[in-house]
Ligand binder design. Structure first.
Ligand SMILES: Nc1ncnc2c1ncn2[C@@H]1O[C@H](COP(=O)(O)OP(=O)(O)OP(=O)(O)O)[C@@H](O)[C@H]1O
Ligand SMILES: [Mg+2]
Length: 235
């Protein structure tokens, strides 16, 4: 499989709004780590919602792992996302009353494929979840805390562990470092990339912060691929 993400002639406008995305062509190769940057309001989260199949483009095609999302029913898109995509949301979407550890374990509860990949690792989901949380700097007692009682930076790290569990082919991360100081942010990104590489996970990481480009195989400006932003797209 050559491409983890392939976009063709994509056009998307929010209801009643102006065209937000107009992307003639864009690809991310399998195994690449890509930083996607653009100013606030430029359409980064909108693009990620189309990649994850949360919203559908009005025109054009989005394929992930050679599967065209527009050919799938809503239910099948949900299943596809659970099986193949680890998604760290800009607002983290943890279940506040569940512990950090149980939030991480949710990743496998909705996906037999991810449970299977955990089983193939020779460890239980719980062992792997604890390992990820430890490496991301959450102590044993923090792992048992309800998510609502954790700091924002801790919640971001829980969301990252959940996205990684079960080795999804694609990790999509929407500004997951906004609450971290710069030392912790750099450590977090290095660890995220290291764990992704171990799992052969392709990474698309969205941020405003151009200084993070050094950690990734490729740095892309949204305005360079999006004609709706008045950029000069490379077809
Ligand atoms: N649910 C929505 N309904 C209508 N318009 C929306 C919705 N979400 C985003 N938009 C609009 O789409 C445009 C792009 O927003 P988006 O959230 O994709 O930007 P962003 O690049 O992720 O910004 P930020 O860096 O602040 O997160 C904005 O003009 C925004 O108002
Ligand atoms: Mg956003």
């Amino acid at each position: 499989m050559a491409y983890a993400i392939e976009i063709d002639h994509l056009a998307f406008a929010w209801q009643g709004g102006q065209l937000t995305l107009d992307i003639p062509h864009w690809q991310v190769e399998t195994g690449e780590s890509v930083l996607l940057r653009g100013p606030s309001g430029s359409g980064k989260s909108t693009l990620l919602s189309l990649l994850a199949g949360v919203n559908l483009a009005q025109q054009g095609n989005v394929s992930l792992l050679d599967q065209s999302l527009s050919n799938l029913s809503g239910r099948k898109r949900d299943r596809f996302r659970a099986d193949h995509i680890g998604y760290i949301f800009q607002q983290f979407n943890l279940l506040p009353y569940l512990s950090a550890l149980d939030n991480v374990l949710l990743a496998t509860q909705f996906s037999p494929k991810r449970r299977q990949r955990v089983a193939e690792s020779g460890q239980s989901a719980e062992q792997l979840a604890i390992q990820y949380l430890q490496r991301l700097g959450l102590s044993a007692s923090q792992q048992q805390q309800a998510a609502a009682n954790l700091s924002v930076g801790q919640q971001q790290r829980v969301a990252a562990a959940r996205a990684l569990l079960g080795a999804p082919e694609l990790l999509i991360a929407d500004e997951p470092t906004s609450a971290l100081d710069s030392d912790r942010r750099d450590d977090f990104i290095k660890l995220l990339l290291e764990l992704s590489e171990q799992n052969n996970t392709t990474v698309l990481f969205v941020t405003h912060d151009a200084s993070l480009g050094q950690y990734f195989n490729r740095h892309v400006e949204l305005s360079d691929i999006n004609r709706a932003a008045g950029g000069s797209p490379h077809a």
